[in-house]
Design a protein around this ligand. Structure first.
Ligand code: PRP
Ligand code: URA
Length: 209
C-alpha cells in the first residue's frame, strides 16, 4: 500500500468512531465530518511548497514562509464529497473548487456522471479530489479520469474510509495518485458497501434514506 497514507491521528480516529455509530444523528455526523476534514487537510497539505517573504513584526524585519505557487484546486465528488470539501475550505479558503456529479448505479455499481465543472488551468495546480468513501472505487476512478482529461497532472485523493478492494482498483488505475484515508476497513458486502463502514455517507450527511 505504498500509494496510501492512513491518517491515524488519535483525534481523527476518535471522531471517526463517533461517525461510524448507528445512533449518531445527522447534525452531529455533519459536524464531525467537518472537524475531521480539517485534520485530514492538515496532513494532505503538509508538502505544499513555501517561499520566504520579507515582513516586519512589531519588533523587527524578518524573512518568513508563505505558500508558494498557484492556488490549490479542491474537487468534490457529489454529493457526499461536499461534506469533506466544506471543512477543507475552512483551512484553505482561497482554493479553487470543482465538482464532479456521480452516483453509483445500484445494480452494476458503475459510476454514472451527471455533472462536471472544474476550474481552468488545472495542469499547473495541485488538485485534491475529495469523497468520504472509496468502496469499489468506480466513482473515484471515473472522476480522476475525467479530471486528468481536463488537464490535471498533479493529483491527490482524500477519503475517510476505504475498502481494500477499492484501494487495489484505484491504485491500479491511477498509480500516480496518492490516496489519503482515515481508515482501511475489512471488505465490501454483497451490495458493495464498506464493512464495518459507516453506512451510506450521503444519506448520513444529508438525512436522506
Ligand atoms: C458514494 C460515495 C462515493 C461512492 C463510493 O456515493 O460518496 O462517491 O458511493 O462508492 P464506489 O467506490 O463503489 O464508487 P453515492 O453513489 O452513494 O452517491 P451520493 O454521494 O450522491 O450519495
Ligand atoms: N458509498 C457509501 O456511502 N458507503 C459505502 O459503504 C459504500 C459506498
Amino acid at each position: 500500500m505504498s500509494n496510501v497514507v492512513v491518517i491515524d491521528h488519535p483525534l481523527v480516529q476518535h471522531k471517526l468512531t463517533l461517525m461510524r455509530r448507528r445512533d449518531t444523528p445527522t447534525s452531529r455526523f455533519r459536524q464531525l465530518l467537518r472537524e475531521i476534514s480539517l485534520l485530514l487537510a492538515y496532513e494532505v497539505t503538509r508538502d505544499l511548497p513555501v517561499r520566504m517573504t520579507p515582513i516586519s513584526t512589531p519588533l523587527e524585519d524578518m524573512e518568513s514562509p508563505v505558500l508558494e505557487g498557484k492556488k490549490l484546486v479542491l474537487i468534490s465528488i457529489l454529493r457526499a464529497g461536499n461534506g469533506l470539501l466544506e471543512g477543507i475550505l475552512d483551512l484553505v479558503p482561497s482554493a479553487r473548487v470543482g465538482h464532479v456529479g456521480l452516483y453509483r448505479d445500484p445494480e452494476t455499481m458503475e459510476a454514472i456522471e451527471y455533472y462536471f465543472k472544474v476550474p481552468e488551468d488545472l495542469s499547473s495546480r495541485q488538485v485534491i479530489v475529495v469523497d468520504p468513501m472509496l468502496a469499489t472505487a468506480n466513482s473515484a476512478i471515473a472522476a480522476v479520469q475525467r479530471i486528468k482529461a481536463a488537464g490535471a497532472v498533479n493529483l491527490k485523493f482524500v477519503c475517510l474510509l476505504a475498502a481494500p478492494e477499492g484501494i487495489a482498483a484505484f491504485t491500479k488505475a491511477h498509480p500516480d495518485v496518492l490516496v489519503y484515508t482515515a481508515a482501511v476497513d475489512r471488505c465490501l458486502n454483497e451490495h458493495s458497501y464498506i464493512l464495518p463502514g459507516l453506512g451510506d455517507a450521503g444519506d448520513r450527511i444529508y438525512g436522506t434514506t
